[in-house]
Design a protein around this ligand. Structure first.
Ligand code: SF4
Ligand code: SF4
Length: 117
Protein backbone atom coordinates (compact mmCIF):
# COMPACT_ATOMS: atom_id res chain seq x y z
CA UNK A 1 0.00 0.00 0.00
CA UNK A 2 1.36 3.44 -0.90
CA UNK A 3 2.24 5.73 2.02
CA UNK A 4 0.04 8.33 0.30
CA UNK A 5 -3.09 6.33 1.06
CA UNK A 6 -2.47 6.79 4.81
CA UNK A 7 -1.33 10.40 4.55
CA UNK A 8 -3.38 13.57 4.93
CA UNK A 9 -1.65 15.05 1.88
CA UNK A 10 1.08 16.89 3.73
CA UNK A 11 2.69 17.77 0.41
CA UNK A 12 -0.37 19.84 -0.57
CA UNK A 13 -0.26 21.97 2.58
CA UNK A 14 2.78 24.11 1.82
CA UNK A 15 5.02 25.13 -1.02
CA UNK A 16 8.64 26.11 -1.28
CA UNK A 17 10.25 28.62 -3.61
CA UNK A 18 13.90 28.90 -4.42
CA UNK A 19 15.51 32.12 -3.17
CA UNK A 20 18.92 33.57 -3.90
CA UNK A 21 21.72 32.53 -1.59
CA UNK A 22 22.03 35.43 0.84
CA UNK A 23 25.29 37.31 0.58
CA UNK A 24 24.66 40.87 1.66
CA UNK A 25 23.02 42.49 4.64
CA UNK A 26 19.86 43.24 2.63
CA UNK A 27 19.54 39.54 1.76
CA UNK A 28 19.81 38.46 5.39
CA UNK A 29 17.36 41.16 6.44
CA UNK A 30 14.87 39.96 3.80
CA UNK A 31 15.09 36.46 5.23
CA UNK A 32 14.54 37.84 8.74
CA UNK A 33 11.46 39.60 7.38
CA UNK A 34 10.12 36.41 5.77
CA UNK A 35 10.58 34.61 9.06
CA UNK A 36 8.90 37.35 11.04
CA UNK A 37 5.68 36.23 9.37
CA UNK A 38 3.60 33.36 10.64
CA UNK A 39 3.57 30.04 8.79
CA UNK A 40 6.86 30.48 6.98
CA UNK A 41 10.20 28.72 7.15
CA UNK A 42 13.49 29.02 5.31
CA UNK A 43 15.66 26.01 4.60
CA UNK A 44 18.91 25.09 2.88
CA UNK A 45 19.11 21.92 0.82
CA UNK A 46 22.13 20.96 -1.26
CA UNK A 47 23.45 24.52 -0.84
CA UNK A 48 20.26 26.03 -2.30
CA UNK A 49 18.07 28.28 -0.19
CA UNK A 50 14.27 28.05 -0.13
CA UNK A 51 11.37 29.93 1.38
CA UNK A 52 8.58 27.66 2.59
CA UNK A 53 5.03 28.99 2.82
CA UNK A 54 2.78 26.85 4.98
CA UNK A 55 -0.50 27.42 3.24
CA UNK A 56 -2.64 24.61 1.93
CA UNK A 57 -3.62 24.34 -1.68
CA UNK A 58 -7.09 25.69 -2.47
CA UNK A 59 -7.80 22.49 -4.44
CA UNK A 60 -7.15 20.09 -1.61
CA UNK A 61 -10.45 18.51 -0.63
CA UNK A 62 -11.55 17.38 2.83
CA UNK A 63 -10.86 13.76 1.90
CA UNK A 64 -7.22 14.76 1.13
CA UNK A 65 -7.75 14.30 -2.60
CA UNK A 66 -6.99 16.77 -5.35
CA UNK A 67 -10.00 18.51 -6.89
CA UNK A 68 -8.06 19.27 -10.09
CA UNK A 69 -6.13 16.01 -10.35
CA UNK A 70 -6.40 15.75 -14.13
CA UNK A 71 -5.01 19.25 -14.64
CA UNK A 72 -2.81 19.61 -11.56
CA UNK A 73 0.41 21.61 -12.04
CA UNK A 74 3.50 19.84 -13.32
CA UNK A 75 5.29 20.17 -10.00
CA UNK A 76 2.46 18.15 -8.41
CA UNK A 77 2.73 15.51 -11.16
CA UNK A 78 6.47 15.21 -10.64
CA UNK A 79 6.16 14.86 -6.87
CA UNK A 80 5.63 11.45 -5.34
CA UNK A 81 6.80 9.03 -2.69
CA UNK A 82 10.31 8.92 -4.19
CA UNK A 83 10.83 12.63 -3.52
CA UNK A 84 8.63 12.93 -0.45
CA UNK A 85 10.25 14.32 2.66
CA UNK A 86 7.51 12.73 4.79
CA UNK A 87 8.40 9.19 3.76
CA UNK A 88 11.43 7.40 5.16
CA UNK A 89 13.81 8.64 7.78
CA UNK A 90 16.84 9.73 5.84
CA UNK A 91 15.42 12.98 4.50
CA UNK A 92 16.61 16.08 6.26
CA UNK A 93 17.23 19.63 5.19
CA UNK A 94 20.81 20.73 5.69
CA UNK A 95 19.50 23.57 7.81
CA UNK A 96 16.03 24.86 8.61
CA UNK A 97 14.83 28.05 10.28
CA UNK A 98 11.28 28.20 11.59
CA UNK A 99 11.35 31.77 12.83
CA UNK A 100 13.48 34.89 13.02
CA UNK A 101 14.93 33.86 16.37
CA UNK A 102 16.40 30.66 14.93
CA UNK A 103 17.84 32.61 12.00
CA UNK A 104 19.39 35.16 14.35
CA UNK A 105 21.23 32.31 16.08
CA UNK A 106 22.59 31.29 12.64
CA UNK A 107 23.66 34.89 11.94
CA UNK A 108 25.41 35.07 15.29
CA UNK A 109 27.28 31.84 14.44
CA UNK A 110 28.09 32.83 10.89
CA UNK A 111 29.30 36.33 11.73
CA UNK A 112 30.80 35.35 15.06
CA UNK A 113 28.50 37.68 16.98
CA UNK A 114 29.27 40.69 14.77
CA UNK A 115 26.06 40.85 12.75
CA UNK A 116 24.51 44.29 13.29
CA UNK A 117 20.75 44.13 13.73
S1 SF4 B 1 3.76 12.28 -1.42
FE1 SF4 B 1 4.23 12.21 0.77
S2 SF4 B 1 3.19 13.95 1.72
FE2 SF4 B 1 2.30 13.61 -0.33
S3 SF4 B 1 0.53 12.30 0.02
FE3 SF4 B 1 2.24 10.95 -0.45
S4 SF4 B 1 3.14 10.42 1.53
FE4 SF4 B 1 1.82 12.21 1.85
S1 SF4 C 1 -3.13 21.00 -7.22
FE1 SF4 C 1 -3.76 19.07 -6.31
S2 SF4 C 1 -1.88 17.84 -6.14
FE2 SF4 C 1 -1.30 20.00 -6.45
S3 SF4 C 1 -1.01 20.86 -4.39
FE3 SF4 C 1 -3.13 21.26 -5.01
S4 SF4 C 1 -4.32 19.55 -4.19
FE4 SF4 C 1 -2.16 18.95 -4.19
Amino acid sequence: MSPCSKCDAKCCRYFGVHIDTPKHKDDFENIRWYLAHKDTAVYIEKRQWYLEIKNKCRYLMKNHRCRVYERRPTICRDHGVATCEHVGEDFAHDRMFHDMKEFDVYLAERFKGKYKF
